[in-house]
Design a protein around this ligand. Sequence first.
Ligand SMILES: [Zn+2]
Ligand SMILES: [Zn+2]
Ligand SMILES: [Zn+2]
Length: 182
Amino acid sequence: MHKTSKLGAKANEHVVSPFPGHGHDHAACVRAAITQAEHLCAHRSRRLTPLRRRVLELVWESHQPVKAYDLLARLQQSSTSAAPPTVYRALDFLLGERLIHRLASLNAYVGCAQPTHQHTGEFLICAQCQAVAELDDAATSTLLAQRAEALGFALTTQTIELEGLCPRCRSDQADASSSVSS
Ligand SMILES: [Zn+2]
Ligand SMILES: [Zn+2]
Ligand SMILES: [Zn+2]
């Protein structure tokens, strides 16, 4: 299930979730994610309880990763009974169903746009605005697994996190430097 974009099918082949561009319809993103989660949980006979659903919505609030204590603060705005273990249990459920990913470098969570197919998680993280894009390139993960195996390393999880500048921040930076030089 690949999204179509201006980049064309070839460039998009390994893209789970691109950087949100200008005019990005994020409400549609969130709706798609929640609908997908509902179907997936129904199919797997897992319960997407109101709390789990709410946590998923909060994780999907943007394409920036969100930390557990921020989620807790947001939940406590509507329900004072929300305690840290409640949030962590909901996050564990969502991670287990692969509806979200955990970014180790930021200790934060981000929604997955394609939870139905197994992938390792290859993330591009913007150092400026923290927007995250996700790739799924089997060639890269297979190669790394082979390199690890050659060292006698039994790989359990593979998450790749790359830091850089997203297209929006790059163009903002270009605008800023051109206005300085003019
Ligand atoms: Zn979006
Ligand atoms: Zn994913
Ligand atoms: Zn950025």
